[in-house]
Design a protein around this ligand. Structure first.
Ligand code: GLY
Length: 383
């Protein structure tokens, strides 16, 4: 065991201990964030008035189930499997609602239905995951070769919007081609990834959040700052989606350009992470107000760890070491292993603008736990 593995192995028992009671307490909820008393909310609560893309269609709804599958793969604890299945069944209701479902069906169904099918061979899950993959493939615009991100947003014409986060959603398409032998899904994923490599990654390795294309001609119109500080800035979670997402695309396809893209973004991230290993919400945010994002930190750490598997010696060590510094700092200063809060990772920010700061987000926990498993030597690949 190297020092990284040893460290991750020493933290995981606290995670498992906490998740034992958190999972049982919240087994009938699909959580996103915690309230002031530390209790999880419930996006599956139908008594609340949700908008089309919130409630059961909320994009993070696959992550609590994903945590269950990570823990089940390690411990074979049947309670985790049972809770993962409760999550998956509830989440399936989103197809009836349909309006409001968008490209994030990848984030929703890779860590739930795909994970279930991969781990247990559950035939119902395969069907659900293929349905989600078909919805995602249907969002591809062949003029411009991009997958449309969101549906209509009042006040904006989003027909030509693609966003960096989709580099994770396309894992669903790679899976669908592997599973069915039909290359259409993978072709769409690769054409989208090629577009992102050209239109999103800047010369210095930083990445845009949103690129707007003309939906009729496919021509690039402009980029938007999205969840980052402003147009031309560098939303850190988006840097993580790119770094980790291109590495996944490389693993699925062997296309060297994707590995090069991942390394380019990784080098940019490295040059912006200082000794403290604190990850801001945007690498180019102003001094005031400045916000931290522990969730982006965990996504970037996971990306470094995944990438370290496909590069040689010194580069791999450098990436692993940066992941270690980031995760150690989260574990020591931002993780809550007590019973006071249902979530583990604190200090997350949803976006630079708006009031979603210093909060918990279920995918912060997901990517923290996933990264710890990767560092501890687990070979399980979710994406
Ligand atoms: N929109 C995805 C995220 O918040 O990272």
């Amino acid at each position: 065991m190297d020092k990284y593995e040893e460290w991750a192995v020493s933290i995981l028992p606290m995670v498992k201990e906490k998740m034992k009671w958190v999972s049982i307490k919240n087994k009938d909820k699909i959580p996103y964030t915690t309230d002031k008393n530390g209790g999880y909310d419930d996006r599956a609560d139908e008594s609340l008035k949700w908008s089309d893309d919130d409630g059961i269609n909320w994009w993070t709804n696959g992550f609590f189930g994903g945590i269950m599958w990570l823990l089940y793969s390690d411990t074979a604890g049947n309670t985790f499997l049972e809770i993962a299945r409760i999550q998956e069944k509830k989440l399936g209701r989103c197809f009836e609602k349909f309006y409001g479902l968008h490209h994030d069906v990848g984030f929703m169904f890779v860590p739930t239905a795909v994970a279930d099918y991969r781990i247990t061979g559950n035939e119902e899950s395969r069907k659900t995951a293929l349905l989600a993959a078909s919805l995602l493939a249907g969002r591809f615009n062949p003029e411009g070769n991009f997958i449309r991100a969101w549906n209509d947003i009042k006040g904006s014409d989003t027909r030509g919007w693609a966003i960096i986060d989709c580099m994770f959603n396309i894992s669903l398409l790679y899976w669908a081609s592997d599973e069915t032998g039909d290359p259409r899904f993978k072709n769409i994923a690769m054409r989208h990834a090629d577009t992102v490599a050209d239109a999103f990654i800047r010369e210095d390795g930083s990445v845009c959040h949103i690129v707007e294309f003309d939906p009729e001609s496919g021509r690039v119109i402009k980029s938007h700052g999205g969840q980052g500080y402003k147009e031309g800035s560098s939303w850190t979670r988006g840097q993580g989606w790119a770094l980790y997402g291109f590495t996944n695309s490389y693993r699925h396809t062997g296309k060297k350009e994707y590995l090069d893209a991942a390394i380019k973004v990784a080098e940019y991230c490295l040059s912006n992470i200082d000794e403290s290993a604190v990850i801001p919400i945007d690498f180019r945010q102003p001094d005031e107000p400045a916000y931290e994002d522990s969730c982006g930190a965990c996504v970037i750490a996971g990306g470094f760890l995944e990438l370290s598997e496909y590069v040689d010696g010194d580069l791999a060590d450098k990436y692993k070491d940066c992941a270690y510094r980031i995760l150690k700092r989260i574990a020591e200063e931002r993780a809550d292993f007590t019973q006071k809060c249902d979530a583990i990772v604190k200090g997350c920010s949803a976006a630079y603008h708006g009031d979603g700061h210093d909060m918990t987000m279920v995918y912060g926990d997901y990517f923290f736990i996933e990264a710890l498993y990767k560092m501890s030597g687990s070979s399980f690949k979710m994406w």
